[in-house]
Design a protein around this ligand. Structure first.
Ligand SMILES: Nc1ncnc2c1ncn2[C@@H]1O[C@H](COP(=O)(O)OP(=O)(O)OP(=O)(O)O)[C@@H](O)[C@H]1O
Ligand SMILES: [Mg+2]
Length: 271
């Protein structure tokens, strides 16, 4: 049995943006050091929320998040600054500074968190841009790049501080198939070369299966449907897991956000 402590531990965590409506309910998960773990699950099941709790953006209502042995305390600003220096986050939506150049976007965390001389900032930024194939685009403004390029710039920025934990929220959204394959390979390579721990949230089952060591499948309120290696999940006979990994439209997983009966909403009443 593996007895090394996990890099991230989610210990009986409950959380709701509104305390009367829990988004995550008693979730316990362990993310092993040095591995790529993919978090899959239907829209709205709380994947982005989980990443925010790990990043200390919100405090859990109950339970604790443990980051490399330290309990994350959102009231301890010094701790948060220190922990955030150790993590790179690729956000689901944009978050690039639109009036800065590609170069300055990637340089931003370096300038914010380090006192490196500008020559070194330049070398690091160009190296990271090269890793995502965009060294030639350094001088462009964000308004001049395509959606797919923007994801890759965000990726370069997420890794610019050589983080120990890299969290990607939908890194493949808006990428064509080739760029998607390149991005997936890059995520795997970055993890292996830097020895970082990677959490990957994505709807792209094939890419996740191809590059992850472990996969966690979540349902509403963060209920864990299945977890294991990609091979284990692909071989699962559980109907919910099968539906999800095969992308079948019909099955136990529901498409609708909870809503009143449609007749009630449209004022039709029961007949
Ligand atoms: N800032 C917020 N304030 C209030 N409610 C929120 C906020 N962010 C998310 N929610 C709600 O929390 C639930 C989970 O959202 P979350 O973004 O974590 O889902 P997700 O699994 O990442 O979904 P997707 O796959 O669509 O990105 C949703 O019901 C959403 O409406
Ligand atoms: Mg999300």
């Amino acid at each position: 049995m593996d007895t090394t402590p996990p890099f991230i531990e989610i210990d009986n965590v409950s959380f709701g943006y509104d305390p009367r409506r829990l988004i995550l309910k008693d979730v316990s998960l362990k993310f092993p050091r040095g591995k790529v773990t993919a978090i899959l699950g239907g829209s709205g099941c709380g994947k982005t929320t989980l990443l925010r709790l790990i990043g200390g953006v919100h405090a859990c209502t109950r339970g604790r998040v443990v980051f490399d042995g330290e309990v994350v305390n959102t009231r301890d600003k010094a701790q948060l600054f220190r922990l955030r220096r150790r993590l790179g986050m690729l956000f689901q939506f944009g978050a690039l500074f639109t009036d800065l150049s590609v170069f300055d976007n990637v340089a931003f965390p370096l300038r914010e968190h380090t006192a490196l001389p500008e020559a070194m900032v330049r070398d690091i930024v160009l190296m990271k841009l090269n890793a995502v194939g965009l060294r030639g685009a350094a001088a462009l403004r964000i308004s001049e790049v395509s959606g797919g390029m923007a994801r890759r710039i965000a990726l370069a920025r997420a890794i610019v501080l050589d983080p120990e934990l890299i969290m990607y929220d939908e890194p493949f959204a808006g990428l064509d198939l080739i760029s998607m394959g390149v991005a997936a390979k890059l995520i795997r390579t970055l993890n292996d070369v830097t020895g970082a721990t990677t959490l990957l949230v994505s709807h792209d089952v094939p890419q996740c299966m191809a590059i992850s060591d472990y996969v966690v499948l979540l349902a509403t309120q963060g209920r864990i449907v299945a977890q294991g290696t990609p091979a284990e999940l692909m071989a699962s006979t559980d109907p919910e897991t099968r539906q999800f990994v095969r992308g079948e439209p019909d099955g136990p997983v529901k498409f609708h956000y909870p809503a009143p009966e449609i007749a009630a909403d449209f004022g039709l009443g029961a007949r």
